[in-house]
Design a binder for this molecule. Structure first.
Ligand SMILES: O=P(O)(O)OC[C@H]1O[C@H](OP(=O)(O)OP(=O)(O)O)[C@H](O)[C@@H]1O
Ligand code: HPA
Ligand SMILES: [Mg+2]
Length: 183
Protein backbone atom coordinates (compact mmCIF):
# COMPACT_ATOMS: atom_id res chain seq x y z
CA UNK A 1 0.00 0.00 0.00
CA UNK A 2 1.21 3.53 -0.83
CA UNK A 3 2.59 5.32 2.22
CA UNK A 4 1.49 8.95 2.59
CA UNK A 5 5.10 9.96 3.18
CA UNK A 6 5.94 8.75 -0.36
CA UNK A 7 3.39 11.25 -1.66
CA UNK A 8 5.26 14.24 -0.18
CA UNK A 9 7.77 16.16 -2.28
CA UNK A 10 9.15 18.48 0.45
CA UNK A 11 8.45 19.53 3.99
CA UNK A 12 7.29 23.14 3.64
CA UNK A 13 6.67 24.01 7.31
CA UNK A 14 8.20 21.83 10.01
CA UNK A 15 6.61 20.75 13.27
CA UNK A 16 8.99 23.05 15.20
CA UNK A 17 8.18 26.07 13.02
CA UNK A 18 4.45 25.48 13.52
CA UNK A 19 4.84 25.20 17.31
CA UNK A 20 6.82 28.43 17.54
CA UNK A 21 4.46 30.38 15.29
CA UNK A 22 1.38 29.21 17.21
CA UNK A 23 2.80 30.70 20.44
CA UNK A 24 3.31 34.01 18.64
CA UNK A 25 -0.22 34.02 17.20
CA UNK A 26 -1.69 33.19 20.63
CA UNK A 27 0.12 36.22 22.06
CA UNK A 28 -1.24 38.44 19.27
CA UNK A 29 -4.80 37.29 19.97
CA UNK A 30 -4.32 37.81 23.72
CA UNK A 31 -3.06 41.31 23.05
CA UNK A 32 -6.24 42.08 21.07
CA UNK A 33 -8.54 40.43 23.65
CA UNK A 34 -6.79 40.77 27.03
CA UNK A 35 -9.99 39.97 28.95
CA UNK A 36 -10.42 36.69 27.11
CA UNK A 37 -13.87 35.20 26.74
CA UNK A 38 -13.16 34.70 23.03
CA UNK A 39 -14.99 32.13 20.91
CA UNK A 40 -12.79 30.22 18.49
CA UNK A 41 -14.77 28.84 15.58
CA UNK A 42 -12.92 25.95 14.01
CA UNK A 43 -13.82 25.10 10.44
CA UNK A 44 -14.11 21.34 10.05
CA UNK A 45 -12.29 19.33 9.24
CA UNK A 46 -9.01 20.93 8.19
CA UNK A 47 -8.62 23.29 11.17
CA UNK A 48 -9.09 20.71 13.94
CA UNK A 49 -5.40 20.18 14.67
CA UNK A 50 -4.57 23.89 14.46
CA UNK A 51 -7.47 25.06 16.64
CA UNK A 52 -6.69 22.51 19.33
CA UNK A 53 -3.01 23.49 19.48
CA UNK A 54 -3.84 27.21 19.32
CA UNK A 55 -6.34 26.93 22.19
CA UNK A 56 -3.77 25.28 24.40
CA UNK A 57 -1.31 28.10 23.73
CA UNK A 58 -3.80 30.69 25.05
CA UNK A 59 -3.52 32.11 28.57
CA UNK A 60 -6.99 33.70 28.61
CA UNK A 61 -10.36 31.96 28.55
CA UNK A 62 -11.46 30.72 25.16
CA UNK A 63 -14.40 28.57 24.19
CA UNK A 64 -14.75 26.60 20.99
CA UNK A 65 -17.41 25.87 18.48
CA UNK A 66 -17.27 24.35 15.03
CA UNK A 67 -18.76 24.80 11.63
CA UNK A 68 -18.51 22.21 8.91
CA UNK A 69 -18.30 23.40 5.33
CA UNK A 70 -16.93 21.81 2.23
CA UNK A 71 -15.92 23.17 -1.13
CA UNK A 72 -13.12 20.84 -2.20
CA UNK A 73 -14.64 17.43 -1.51
CA UNK A 74 -12.37 14.77 -2.97
CA UNK A 75 -10.64 17.14 -5.41
CA UNK A 76 -7.62 19.48 -5.34
CA UNK A 77 -9.67 22.28 -6.97
CA UNK A 78 -12.22 24.45 -5.15
CA UNK A 79 -15.72 23.98 -6.55
CA UNK A 80 -16.45 27.60 -5.63
CA UNK A 81 -19.67 26.45 -3.99
CA UNK A 82 -19.54 26.41 -0.21
CA UNK A 83 -21.91 24.02 1.50
CA UNK A 84 -22.70 24.32 5.23
CA UNK A 85 -22.79 20.85 6.72
CA UNK A 86 -22.89 21.88 10.41
CA UNK A 87 -23.82 25.23 11.92
CA UNK A 88 -22.81 26.77 15.29
CA UNK A 89 -24.14 25.45 18.59
CA UNK A 90 -23.92 28.89 20.27
CA UNK A 91 -25.22 32.40 19.74
CA UNK A 92 -22.37 34.79 18.86
CA UNK A 93 -24.25 38.09 19.12
CA UNK A 94 -22.06 40.70 20.89
CA UNK A 95 -19.28 38.19 21.38
CA UNK A 96 -15.62 38.33 20.36
CA UNK A 97 -15.17 35.69 17.72
CA UNK A 98 -12.14 34.34 15.87
CA UNK A 99 -12.66 32.07 12.88
CA UNK A 100 -9.80 29.58 12.89
CA UNK A 101 -8.88 28.04 9.54
CA UNK A 102 -6.06 25.88 8.28
CA UNK A 103 -5.66 27.63 4.91
CA UNK A 104 -6.91 30.50 2.75
CA UNK A 105 -6.51 29.46 -0.87
CA UNK A 106 -9.06 30.96 -3.29
CA UNK A 107 -10.69 32.59 -0.26
CA UNK A 108 -14.13 31.28 -1.28
CA UNK A 109 -14.68 29.38 1.98
CA UNK A 110 -13.68 32.21 4.31
CA UNK A 111 -15.41 34.92 2.33
CA UNK A 112 -18.66 32.97 2.58
CA UNK A 113 -18.19 32.15 6.27
CA UNK A 114 -17.19 35.68 7.19
CA UNK A 115 -20.32 37.20 5.63
CA UNK A 116 -22.49 34.44 7.10
CA UNK A 117 -21.18 35.00 10.65
CA UNK A 118 -21.05 38.82 10.36
CA UNK A 119 -24.84 38.74 9.88
CA UNK A 120 -25.16 37.35 13.43
CA UNK A 121 -23.74 40.57 14.88
CA UNK A 122 -20.69 39.50 16.85
CA UNK A 123 -18.86 42.38 18.63
CA UNK A 124 -15.63 41.45 16.85
CA UNK A 125 -15.08 38.98 14.07
CA UNK A 126 -11.47 38.10 13.25
CA UNK A 127 -9.90 35.55 10.96
CA UNK A 128 -6.91 33.43 11.94
CA UNK A 129 -5.35 31.02 9.48
CA UNK A 130 -2.26 28.90 9.66
CA UNK A 131 -1.46 29.09 5.94
CA UNK A 132 -2.13 31.73 3.31
CA UNK A 133 -1.69 31.19 -0.45
CA UNK A 134 -2.05 34.80 -1.69
CA UNK A 135 -1.29 33.97 -5.36
CA UNK A 136 -4.45 31.88 -5.61
CA UNK A 137 -6.91 34.41 -4.22
CA UNK A 138 -10.24 34.85 -6.03
CA UNK A 139 -12.42 36.25 -3.24
CA UNK A 140 -11.56 39.53 -1.52
CA UNK A 141 -10.72 38.39 2.00
CA UNK A 142 -7.76 38.83 4.34
CA UNK A 143 -6.85 37.18 7.62
CA UNK A 144 -6.05 39.17 10.76
CA UNK A 145 -3.60 36.55 12.00
CA UNK A 146 -1.55 34.47 9.54
CA UNK A 147 0.87 31.70 10.39
CA UNK A 148 2.77 31.34 7.12
CA UNK A 149 2.42 32.73 3.64
CA UNK A 150 3.11 29.90 1.20
CA UNK A 151 3.59 29.50 -2.58
CA UNK A 152 0.98 28.10 -4.94
CA UNK A 153 1.44 24.40 -4.29
CA UNK A 154 -1.02 21.84 -2.97
CA UNK A 155 -0.08 20.99 0.60
CA UNK A 156 -1.15 18.35 3.09
CA UNK A 157 -0.50 17.63 6.75
CA UNK A 158 -1.31 19.23 10.10
CA UNK A 159 -5.03 18.84 9.35
CA UNK A 160 -4.90 19.49 5.62
CA UNK A 161 -5.80 16.65 3.29
CA UNK A 162 -5.86 15.48 -0.26
CA UNK A 163 -8.92 13.22 -0.67
CA UNK A 164 -8.84 12.75 3.15
CA UNK A 165 -5.21 11.61 3.08
CA UNK A 166 -2.40 13.24 5.06
CA UNK A 167 -4.26 15.09 7.83
CA UNK A 168 -2.32 13.26 10.56
CA UNK A 169 1.15 14.41 9.48
CA UNK A 170 2.71 16.71 12.12
CA UNK A 171 4.20 19.02 9.47
CA UNK A 172 2.96 20.71 6.28
CA UNK A 173 4.33 19.07 3.14
CA UNK A 174 4.00 19.70 -0.59
CA UNK A 175 2.12 16.95 -2.38
CA UNK A 176 3.89 15.42 -5.40
CA UNK A 177 2.14 16.63 -8.54
CA UNK A 178 1.72 13.13 -9.95
CA UNK A 179 -0.59 12.32 -7.02
CA UNK A 180 -3.26 14.82 -8.04
CA UNK A 181 -2.51 15.66 -11.68
CA UNK A 182 -3.49 13.15 -14.32
CA UNK A 183 -0.78 13.07 -17.00
O1 LIG B 1 -9.79 29.30 0.27
P1 LIG B 1 -10.45 28.09 -0.31
O2 LIG B 1 -10.08 27.90 -1.76
O3 LIG B 1 -11.93 28.09 -0.12
O4 LIG B 1 -9.84 26.80 0.39
C1 LIG B 1 -9.70 26.67 1.78
C2 LIG B 1 -10.63 25.65 2.38
O5 LIG B 1 -10.53 24.40 1.70
C3 LIG B 1 -10.23 23.35 2.61
O6 LIG B 1 -11.39 22.74 3.10
P2 LIG B 1 -12.18 21.52 2.39
O7 LIG B 1 -13.35 22.08 1.65
O8 LIG B 1 -11.21 20.70 1.61
O9 LIG B 1 -12.72 20.71 3.62
P3 LIG B 1 -11.86 20.00 4.79
O10 LIG B 1 -11.44 21.09 5.75
O11 LIG B 1 -12.80 19.04 5.42
O12 LIG B 1 -10.67 19.34 4.14
C4 LIG B 1 -9.52 24.07 3.73
O13 LIG B 1 -9.59 23.35 4.95
C5 LIG B 1 -10.25 25.38 3.81
O14 LIG B 1 -11.43 25.29 4.58
O1 HPA C 1 -3.25 23.26 -0.58
C1 HPA C 1 -4.26 22.75 -0.04
N1 HPA C 1 -4.20 21.55 0.61
C2 HPA C 1 -5.26 20.98 1.21
N2 HPA C 1 -6.47 21.51 1.20
C3 HPA C 1 -6.61 22.69 0.59
N3 HPA C 1 -7.71 23.44 0.45
C4 HPA C 1 -7.34 24.52 -0.23
N4 HPA C 1 -6.04 24.50 -0.54
C5 HPA C 1 -5.54 23.35 -0.04
MG1 LIG D 1 -9.93 19.33 2.29
Amino acid sequence: MLNVKDMIKDVLVSEEQIKKRIKEIALDIERDFPDGDVIFIGVLKGSVIFVSDLMRAMNVNVTMDFMAVSSYGMSSESSGIVRILKDLDFDIENRDVVIVEDIIDTGNTLKYLYEYLRARNPRNLKICCLLDKPERRKADIKADYVGFSIPDEFVVGYGLDYAEIGRHLPYVGVLKEEVYKKV
